[in-house]
Design a protein around this ligand. Structure first.
Ligand code: NAD
Length: 353
């Protein structure tokens, strides 16, 4: 991979490679854009097949964070980090201290938090070595696990999409397929269950899906069939790239609205393919901004009511994006990208004056 070419292609400011042989830490921190403020984005721990896969992931994820913060109206830029390796083998206090020191060395240009395979107890250990971290429980302003807020935002985003597509925001009796029953997926399933939606789920872990079945009476579907389930709404809440040339022709849902980052394997190509099939796609970085909105609140003194109200506003934000897209004959992802880019360009101009 030509790294400098890749980072300049989408305007990334900085890519930091971390290698601590003693503690087995291999990580990459990406700072995409700090026009609106310091970059903030979670840390993902994943056993990537090779370095290129990890770098591509962190580049795409950090760019998404820039757009997410802009649309959510936050004074934050976009960043993200990935740790490469098997979480269950590598996790230790020293390991997370080492990561914390790397984050600290960036002097606040990058603020970290949880993402896939990073739990609150892990991020608390990171916080023992740096103050540039949110989503913790071991500091007075800490708000802990952001995933309940991410799920709350996704829930209201699903309602906005249902209102736009079906004319009603009620999800009662709608069949909703949730891919991934992790931190976000489980919280979302709980909210959908209380809304009396008919939920079906899939996860890599049979233990987890069994728990979901026992707790909520959901139907369990195999992981290779969940996207093709006969349902009204498909909510991807696992990893990115699920919307691709293989899966899109098989999708039966009329709406795709879920918490996973980077759901479209190729942003433009696959958004067009969904549109051709008359499937409404809720841009992922808009609908899953609840966790970011919540942890960003820690930076100014945590206020849970405000974080909740701001998260629920995702309903209005998405409605407005769907309406603009329709009015200007754009796809929803194009309408939201243009809006985010406008916010950032205006800020850049303001800073130059
Ligand atoms: P998590 O690690 O808690 O859960 C992910 C779940 O997906 C796991 O249970 C895993 O077994 C399952 N999974 C992985 N591959 C799968 C597959 N092919 N089919 C079915 N299940 C599969 O992670 P999370 O925090 O719930 O995050 C889920 C997604 O939401 C990620 O894309 C993440 O980047 C995004 N996201 C999370 C937050 C947050 O607050 N945690 C915020 C914004 C976006």
């Amino acid at each position: 991979m030509n790294i400098l070419h890749s980072i300049s292609q989408h305007g990334h400011e900085q890519l930091v490679f971390c290698n601590d042989k003693k503690n087995g830490l291999k990580a990459v921190i990406a700072i995409h854009d700090t026009t609106l403020g310091p970059s903030l984005g979670g840390c993902r721990f994943w056993d990537y097949k090779d370095e290129n896969e990890a770098i591509l992931d962190v580049l795409r994820l950090s760019r998404g964070m820039t757009y997410k913060a802009a649309i959510a109206g936050l004074n934050l830029g976009g960043g993200k980090s990935v740790i490469i390796g098997q979480p269950e083998k590598l996790k230790s206090r020293k390991f997370f201290h080492s990561f914390g020191k790397y984050v600290d060395s960036l002097a606040g240009r990058y603020i970290t938090a949880e993402d896939v395979n990073i739990r609150v107890e892990d991020i608390n250990m990171v916080a023992e070595k740096t103050s540039h971290v949110v989503g913790v429980t071991n500091s007075p302003n800490g708000s802990g696990d952001p995933s309940p807020f991410t799920a709350l935002g996704v829930f209201w985003g699903i309602k906005a999409a249902a209102k736009h597509k079906f004319g009603t925001e009620s999800l009662e009796n709608l069949k909703i397929a949730v891919q991934g029953c992790g931190a976000v997926g489980q919280n979302l399933i709980n909210l959908l269950h209380h809304e009396k939606a008919k939920v079906c789920v899939a996860d890599l872990s049979e233990d987890t899906t069994r728990k979901m079945k026992d707790r909520y009476g959901v139907q369990v579907v195999s992981i290779d069939k969940i996207h093709a389930t006969d349902c009204d709404i498909f909510a991807p809440c696992a990893l990115g790239g699920i919307l691709n040339s293989n899966t899109i022709p098989e999708i039966k849902a009329k709406i795709i609205a879920g918490g996973a980052n980077n759901q479209l394997l190729d942003e433009k190509l696959h958004a067009i393919a969904l549109n051709k099939r008359n499937i409404l796609f809720a841009p992922d970085y808009v609908i899953n901004a609840g966790g970011l909105i919540n942890v960003a609140n820690e930076l100014g003194g945590y206020n849970k009511d405000k974080a909740t109200k701001d998260t629920i506003k995702i309903y209005e934000t998405l409605q407005s994006i769907f309406a603009t897209a329709e009015k200007k004959s754009l796809l929803p992802f194009e309408a939201s990208n243009l809006l985010a880019e406008k916010i950032i360009t205006e800020k850049k101009k303001e800073k130059q004056n």
